[in-house]
Ligand binder design. Sequence first.
Ligand SMILES: [Mg+2]
Length: 414
Amino acid sequence: MQTKKIILHCDVNNFFASCECALNPSIKDQPVAVTGEVTKRNGIVLAKNEIAKRFGVKTGDVIFEAKRKCPDLVCVRPHHKIYERYSRQIRAIYEEYTDKVEPFGIDECWLDITDTVKFFGSALDVANTLRERIKKEIGVTISVGISFSKTFAKLGSDMKKPDAVTVLSKENFKQKTYHLPLGSIIGIGKKLETKLNKLNIFTLGDLAEYDENIIKKKFGIVGERLQKNVQGIDDDDVQNVDDRKIVKSVGNGTTTLVDVKNKKELRSVVMFLCDEIATRLRAKHLTGSTISVSLRRNDLIWLSKSHTILKNTNSAKDIYHTAMDIIDQIWNEVCPLRSIRISVSNLDNDDMSQLDLFNTDRNRKNLENAIDKIRQKYGYDSIRPLLSKDDRLINSQALRIEDDENENPDDDLS
Ligand SMILES: [Mg+2]
């Protein structure tokens, strides 16, 4: 049997709002919300600080709604680049304590300190040192869960906030968590919870004690693994920092300023997103073969589909045509769209495709390389894609450009 692991899960409290307060201490004692633009439809609360929370301000509230609950609410626009910088700085502190640091979203990390804890005292010492250092050096607070598995470390960091440490040990985890609802652990979303509820499984304890054969039969490997996690048998390793540098997908999405009603309108948005993705792929010397499209209708239903093409590409045109083919299959224009997200995965290095001897391909490549150079020099907007950006639909500020370095690109709200 392997030695018991010591895993920390560190979660920055109210990440976006905390960064804004760290950046501008004059607002730190006021209720603060990070929001979209007040005049535009993406004007919702993206994050809030503890004080705003006390007034009942919630993520997803429309701004006027939030202001009604809390008239003195200070609304600030998001600064994603700055949040990324904070995220890197915080991660660098974690990496002083172990090389096994696995980020989850922008503001959470697992740390496996099994082999390194001896240099720093106890696990609790490490957790408290991190908590104090990040508060002092970065100006934000974290909650830490200490446990023997990733599942319970993460649950621990949720149990007490802000600025707190929770220990879930082999000895106490059942007593401390088995009364909690299923949704409190990672991996159980609303849909699965409803299905489990139908079997009379409501708490983590219910799941842990349920007949394993039935769980396996009904929910397959996923169910089996979740049940093991809850039982405290979780062999999932914390990924090494060096492993995560592998970019798994390059994606881009936006919430449009007004609903997109037809494919003609949608084309310019899709072209804009694809052009930007292709530029980033080329900058990283990557190509990809799986194109994924997610559309969110204005009734908030998501439509998603992927397609894998025969030859890897980093050409905006290829990505665009595949994306539009997918859209033809999943969207019939009946219900207007609110958000559009496109990503390219199954990535490979670009070296191979450069050997392609077809002239059309070479010409295209030369052209795209030239475009990239001009953009590096004069900025992205110096050359627009064939279908130019429709400013009525796209707010460049609202773009969420993402390179997926772990598997949860959507989980970046604090
Ligand atoms: Mg957080």
